[in-house]
Design a protein around this ligand. Structure first.
Ligand code: 2P0
Length: 311
């Protein structure tokens, strides 16, 4: 059984867990699933196997397999299944460069594995199950805009937002494809320890989320962009209060250029995740201008992507 799930980028970030094991977030997040970056994962039940065999991008990587096998164990335990599988996962995403590859990877794995085990789960059930493997993957079950609620173990799932904004774009500026130094899971743990700053992050991000939903309903790119920038900057300030930083000189240089171009009248904003790459938030009418001004970078212009699906 083969599934494809698409990468999502958060406009309002998930940063910090109140329950590490259940992967319950402290605050709700909102994302946009994109069409150009995705993971294809094939899961084949093989009765001759005595353990799972995992290939990621064609390589049998024991370290990367651990998290995959842990998730398969969780699915087997939950649904009383006693079969080992072969997993072949291909990312068309530079892995672990802050391009949210764990979101698409685990959403695709959850869908392909449950289907391979003959389970037929709803999107809500898939979102919840995927959450255990990677928080942000709960949002990649859905295409377009999605919100992942705080909730409890039962209710902390993502759901789609009914917003049909066909002109909305995210342009990925590839700054560095190398593997990030600190995993977001570890960086989140450090950030949560800083109680005063962390509490402020939680209360501000709740306000940001409400404002973002209203701005998206209005399809107001200036409001959406400014709220997303504020939220991303707040998250990175919080991260940098620990000893971790994802913003490199190259990221800051690109941000500066974005601001300058904005001052000249182009509608473009930015967000950043757990890596140095920049995602430009914009609309279709601005793409040619952006391409002209950012010739020195590899650009990936993304539209709204679909739900995770069997292919
Ligand atoms: C997000 N990130 O909302 C935020 C913004 C990175 C920066 O969700 O620990 O790899 O596995 O639940 O899913 C990183 O997410 O973290 C992330 P875990 P995950 O997209």
């Amino acid at each position: 059984m083969k599934a494809r799930a698409y990468v999502n980028f958060a406009l309002i970030k998930y940063w910090g867990k109140k329950d590490e094991k259940l992967r319950l977030p402290y605050q709700a997040s909102l994302s946009f699933t994109v069409d150009k970056l995705y993971t294809d994962t094939e899961v084949i039940v093989n009765n001759n196997l005595k353990e799972d065999v995992v290939y990621i991008n064609g390589v049998k990587d024991d370290k990367a397999s651990i998290r995959v096998i842990k998730h398969l164990n969780l699915i087997r335990e939950k649904y009383n299944i006693n079969k080992f599988v072969e997993v072949k996962s291909i990312n068309n995403v530079p892995t672990a460069a802050g391009l949210a590859s764990s979101a698409s990877s685990f959403a695709a794995l959850t869908l392909a594995a449950t289907k391979a085990f003959n389970l037929s789960l709803s999107q809500k059930e898939l979102s919840r199950l995927s959450r255990y493997a990677s928080g942000s993957s709960s949002r990649s079950i859905y295409g377009n805009f999605a919100i992942w609620d705080v909730g409890n173990d039962e209710t902390s799932i993502a759901y789609p937002l009914d917003i049909n904004w066909t002109e909305f774009r995210i342009v990925v500026l590839m700054i560095d494809k190398s593997k990030k130094k600190a995993s977001s899971t570890d960086a989140m743990k450090e950030s949560v320890k800083n109680k005063e700053l962390y509490d402020n992050w939680v209360s501000e991000s709740k306000k940001d989320l409400n404002q973002m939903i209203e701005a998206l309903k209005l399809k107001d790119i200036d409001k959406v962009g400014l709220i997303a920038e504020k939220n991303a900057n707040h998250m990175h300030d919080l991260i940098e209060s620990t000893n971790i930083t994802y913003r490199t000189d190259e990221s800051l240089k690109a941000i500066d250029k974005i601001k300058k171009l904005r001052n000249s009248g182009v509608k473009l904003y930015y967000t950043m995740d757990a890596g140095p790459n920049i995602k430009i938030i914009t609309v279709d009418s601005e793409i040619d201008k952006i391409k002209k001004h950012f010739k020195e970078y590899e650009l990936l212009v993304c539209k709204s992507g679909p739900d995770a699906k069997i292919i």
